[in-house]
Design a protein around this ligand. Structure first.
Ligand SMILES: [Zn+2]
Length: 265
């Protein structure tokens, strides 16, 4: 059985297959000063780059890997997904400047690289196809969720002959339906996209609580992923200030957690 577990203050782990290692870091165990205390993994938030690099070594150490094996994408809240190759190793790892441009999703067949992305409320979606030796990670905030980054990833996998029923999905910690209030304009886009109000609960006047976990789950199921193959951690980043950064709660002044996935060599 696959599941999300926490055995260590520094990360939660998606247990999916013994050959696949997927973690989502917390904010604990790093060297950054406030407001990035302490395990900030992003170069894009005005933190010390020396601290971020040290933090990245610590995060990769959890997986028994090094920063030179890491591949990261630019993350522009779009729907772009692509394949990372061995030659991409270290892109985006020591600086944001050479990250794989424009993508919000990475897939790979290579066990010599580690896929990574930064998060602070947006939804991390981990993908695994153990029988085909493929892993992936997606970044889905409300824009990426609407634009269909998850459906785009399914299309890329189908092109390779992979059926959606073979794909396992882990939806990690992000802002939950308890804390994610959006206005009417955003809510309307979701009800149009999904054809129902299933992911929205009215809050104060003209506002709704939005369930991004469910919005992504619904689109993945419509794309053919089996419900039993989707694991949602149900951990809200905004609710747990001690464990997670939250862009919404911290009013934009915070670090980023990392989602990382790789395969055993
Ligand atoms: Zn919450």
């Amino acid at each position: 059985m696959t599941q999300w577990v926490q055995q260590d203050a520094r990360f939660v782990k998606w247990e999916v297959d013994e050959g696949i290692h997927a973690i989502f870091t917390t904010r604990q165990g790093g060297v950054s000063a406030p407001p990035f205390h302490s395990l900030n993994l992003s170069f894009n938030v005005k933190d010390s780059s020396t601290a971020v690099t040290e933090n990245r070594y610590r995060a990769m150490g959890i997986l028994g890997r090094t920063v030179g094996e890491l591949v990261m994408a630019e993350q522009i809240h779009g729907r772009g997904v692509g394949w990372a190759e061995i030659a991409d190793a270290s892109r985006g790892a020591f600086s944001a400047n050479d990250a794989l441009p424009e993508w919000d999703g990475l897939l790979t067949r290579h066990s010599d690289i580690v896929l990574g992305m930064g998060f602070a409320d947006c939804v991390p979606i981990f993908l695994a196809v153990p029988t085909r030796h493929i892993v992936g990670i997606l970044h889905a905030g409300w824009r990426g969720t609407i634009k269909g980054v998850q459906v785009n990833a399914m299309a890329l996998l189908r092109e390779q002959g992979i059926e959606p029923k073979e794909i396992r999905v882990g939806i990690g910690p992000s802002i939950g339906p308890c804390c994610y209030e959006v206005d009417d304009a955003v809510a309307t886009q979701f009800s149009k996209k999904l054809g129902s109000q299933s992911v929205l609960v009215p809050s104060r006047d003209g506002h709704y609580l939005l369930d991004l976990w469910e919005a992504n789950r619904e689109q993945l199921v419509r794309a053919g992923v089996l419900e039993t193959n989707i694991d949602i951690s149900r951990l809200c980043t905004a609710c747990h200030e001690d464990r997670f950064f939250s862009y919404r709660r911290d009013q934009g002044r915070c670090g980023r957690m990392g989602g990382f996935i790789c395969m055993s060599r």
